[in-house]
Ligand binder design. Structure first.
Ligand code: FMN
Length: 425
């Protein structure tokens, strides 16, 4: 593929392409983008846009051609994005925080293999989180993250822990408030919420987050309505901070595709769940492997919010049940969760009120929301498939083996380089 043809392609795209981000010029721009100063950021974005516009001129295309480094190096630098520098990781691959799944072993294995592992803390007690952080640190000295729920009653205590332990990244299922972001940011902890729509990305960027995970509808767990292929370019054209694509990724081709769409890396849940390092019982992993791409469903029946899960008998029953029949079961499970997470009744009520206010839930939805972690635990920890729910991405339908995390990450990087070569990049 000649440079001219690539330039013509770039013309069609309103967002800077992964390739253009990797050129020496764009690298400087990217660096400037990473500065906290909003004015500099806006300026550098404008500069980046004008760079893209300028590249339309044939004279400039020629200059780019003569300045281009050898092929292999260019492929490698395309895979070394801003998030590698920002998070201090070797590869632009993130293992997301999955409740009951992303424990110390999965997180440390990912970080040790050159990606960013994230502990799922929303389903951990404060003490468990302390222990998990200590365990990760005993296994790797590489950076890792912690995923939290910003509406947890002890969120500021957890924020304090992350700061004391010098955790690199705090990730959030929903947008954390400005206070949480500022406290973490002032202490040098990077913040990265997951969003499912452009306007949410714009909002959290204005609040000062450092990066966003843009999760498309094919993703596992709570998920939005916009497919990944539409969401990534839309979000990355709208914000200056790095965008990490999520929802439907499993290999190196997907990584290159995400970069081409404007992301600076991929975040994967289901693919990491299906590794030897994840703590999910083997027979539960087998259920995921047997699931077909059309064997998942997005349902509100679990906790009132759209969540992608494997379609099981229980899900069918929950979907058919009316709110009145769901409510008693939900309330009972919420009480069991109190025991598991060590939450007291006043704390549960306080948390419930915060959730009700923040997410505008009805009481019935609130009971279901409190219930959901117990349903997930029943499958993912206790292995009781019939009693629990199995959150998953659609990608489970095309995953058929269980590698180690180290094998997976190496394989993705080899495939990504091969893909770039195949495309003539
Ligand atoms: C079993 C499971 C549990 C999850 N739990 C959480 C969670 O606790 N917090 C969160 O922010 N996202 C959670 N998610 C979403 C993932 O972090 C991730 O964004 C999603 O799986 C990406 O899509 P993929 O599965 O196609 O890779 C969960 C996903 C799964 C599959």
């Amino acid at each position: 593929m000649t440079v001219q043809r690539k330039t013509a392609k770039a013309r069609k795209s309103s967002a800077p392409t992964a390739k253009s981000k990797a050129t020496p010029k764009a690298k400087t721009t990217a660096k400037a983008k990473a500065t906290p100063n909003a004015k500099t950021t806006a300026k550098s974005k404008a500069k980046s846009r004008s760079t893209t516009r300028k590249s339309k001129s044939p004279a400039r295309a020629k200059r780019v051609e003569s300045a281009a480094p050898p092929k292999v190096q260019r492929s490698q630098s395309a895979l070394h994005t801003r998030i590698c520098e920002m998070f201090g990781i070797e590869y632009p691959i993130i293992q997301t925080g999955m409740g009951w799944v992303s424990g110390a072993s999965l997180t440390s294995a990912t970080s040790q293999a050159g990606g960013l592992g994230i502990l799922a803390a929303a389903t951990m007690t404060f003490r468990e989180l302390e222990q998990a952080i200590a365990k990760v640190k005993s296994r790797t000295d590489k950076p890792f993250g912690v995923n939290m729920r910003a509406d947890q009653s002890d969120v500021m205590k957890r924020v304090g822990l992350l700061i004391r332990e010098k955790v690199k990244v705090a990730s959030f299922a929903q947008a954390p408030g400005e206070r949480v972001i500022k406290t973490l940011k002032d202490a040098g902890v990077l913040t990265m919420p997951t969003i499912g729509a452009r306007r949410h990305a714009e909002k959290v960027q204005a609040w000062g987050v450092d990066a966003v995970i843009a999760q498309g509808q094919e993703g596992g767990g709570h998920t939005g309505q916009i497919p990944t292929s539409i969401l990534i370019p839309d979000v990355s054209a709208a914000v200056d901070i790095p965008v990490i694509g999520a929802g439907g990724f499993r290999d190196g081709r997907g990584l290159v595709a995400a970069l081409a769409l404007g992301a600076e890396g991929i975040a994967m849940g289901t693919r990491f769940l299906l590794t030897k390092d994840s703590q999910v019982p083997d027979h539960v992993k087998q259920i995921y492997l047997q699931t077909k791409a059309n064997g998942t469903v997005v349902t509100k029946a679990v906790d009132g919010h759209p969540q992608r899960v494997i379609r099981t008998l229980l899900i069918d029953q929950l979907e058919k049940a009316n709110v009145l029949t769901r409510f008693p079961r939900a309330a009972l499970n919420a009480l069991s969760l109190m025991k598991v997470t060590g939450t007291s009744l006043p704390e549960l009520l306080e948390e419930g009120m915060a959730m009700k206010q923040n997410q505008e839930l009805t009481w019935a939805q609130l009971a279901m929301a409190a219930n959901a972690p117990m349903l997930t635990k029943a499958s993912m920890v206790d292995g009781r498939i019939e009693a629990g729910i199995l959150p998953t991405g659609q990608i489970a339908g095309v995953i058929d083996e269980i590698p180690t995390v180290a094998e997976l990450i190496q394989r993705i990087m080899v495939e990504a380089r091969e893909t770039l070569r195949r495309l003539g990049a």
